[in-house]
Design a protein around this ligand. Structure first.
Ligand code: UDP
Length: 330
């Protein structure tokens, strides 16, 4: 039996496929390659270029392959774009998931692990954030992910689907081999942008606001290595395969770093000066997001291996220093 990874050519998806293959699992990847890269897909995974909104394409995969569980990453994930073009997010993230769940039900596949996000919480009342905290997204991206969680819950009640939602904090880092890494076009995430300054692709990094109520005025985030996230997906899948019930887990390190601290760490790790300028706040940014991942540790037995910020940055630097054009150079 195989695991179907939707969005397996994207950043977190491709790293999860690598961990699954390296763990000896049989893996099928479907990705429409709108934001993902064919070169990011592990050569041992069977690849289908397909869109989750295309019911016939999904049906064809479930008919051809023997799928025991689904890992679902196929979604748009840019906060800023979700604010300017909300319907793009509803259409892909929600109606795509709707098509997918219909196709799964029609083929008797009833287990799904899927990407959710810390953005489902919005501005937290307390940190570290626990899963029972109020969910009040401040952007449309988080709203669609929360709606996906709710969709799974209702479908589960109706037809017995079982799901695990993984609420990621700030995914970062790269496969320790440096073979795959983070690449978005355009890039909007902090660590890749910092490292693009270090590798000479950009001149400077803009710090979005230094007047937040934090220790140095810049936003605090919980940075979690992509390989640790990938391992959590395997644990969640095995939890469902072993009969585990519907669940939601935060995934973070439980430690927050400011934007300035991340830039300083990157200077240390890369040996490059990395010029930075302070610019206005970015709309929709909460001051501080830090996870409690105690539940994932207790229930799934998850334990992040690449928790140190310098380790995260050095794996990311291995990728960015050797792939200045991302997958474009392949
Ligand atoms: N950030 C920044 N400059 C950039 C990109 C991001 O100062 O060029 C800040 C951003 O405001 C946030 C943090 O870095 O406080 C992490 O942003 P990112 O987009 O990586 O992830 P998010 O927290 O939005 O998921």
């Amino acid at each position: 039996m195989a695991i179907l990874v939707l969005g397996g050519a994207g950043y977190i998806g491709s790293h999860t496929v690598y961990e699954l293959v390296e763990a000896g699992r049989d893996v099928v990847v479907a990705d429409n390659l709108v934001t993902g890269f064919r070169a990011a897909v592990h050569p041992k995974a069977r690849f289908y270029q397909a869109d989750i909104r295309d019911r016939a394409a999904m049906d064809a995969i479930f008919e051809r392959e023997s799928i025991e569980g689904v890992v679902h990453f196929a979604a748009f994930s840019q906060v800023g774009e979700s604010m300017s073009n909300p319907l793009k997010y509803y259409e892909n993230n929600l109606s795509g998931t709707c098509q997918l769940l219909q196709s799964m039900a029609a083929h008797g596949v009833d287990k799904i692990v899927f990407s959710s996000t810390a953005a489902t919480y919005g501005e937290p009342e307390q940190v570290p954030i626990v899963e029972s905290a109020p969910t009040c997204p401040t952007n449309c991206y988080g709203e669609t992910k929360l709606a996906m969680e709710h969709m799974m819950r209702w479908v589960s009640q109706a037809n017995g689907l079982r799901y695990v939602a993984l609420r990621y904090f700030n995914a970062c880092g790269a496969h320790p081999s440096g073979v795959i890494g983070e690449a978005h076009n355009p890039e909007s995430h902090l660590i890749p942008i910092i490292l693009q300054v270090a590798n000479g692709t950009r001149k400077q990094i803009s710090i979005f606001g230094d007047d937040y109520p934090t220790r140095d005025g810049t936003c605090v985030r919980d940075y979690i290595h992509v390989t640790d996230l990938a391992q959590a997906h395997i644990l969640a899948l095995d939890y469902l395969l072993a009969g585990g019930e519907n669940n939601v887990f935060n995934l973070g390190n439980g430690v927050g770093f400011t934007v300035k601290e991340v830039i300083d760490a990157a200077r240390r790790v890369t040996g490059h000066p990395i010029p930075a300028v302070v610019s206005p706040r970015r709309a929709g940014d909460p001051a501080q997001l830090i996870a409690s991942s105690q539940k994932a540790m207790d229930v799934l037995g998850w334990k992040p291996e690449y928790a140190a910020l310098d380790t995260i940055l050095s794996t990311a630097w291995k990728w960015h220093s050797t792939h200045p054009d991302g997958y474009g150079a392949e």
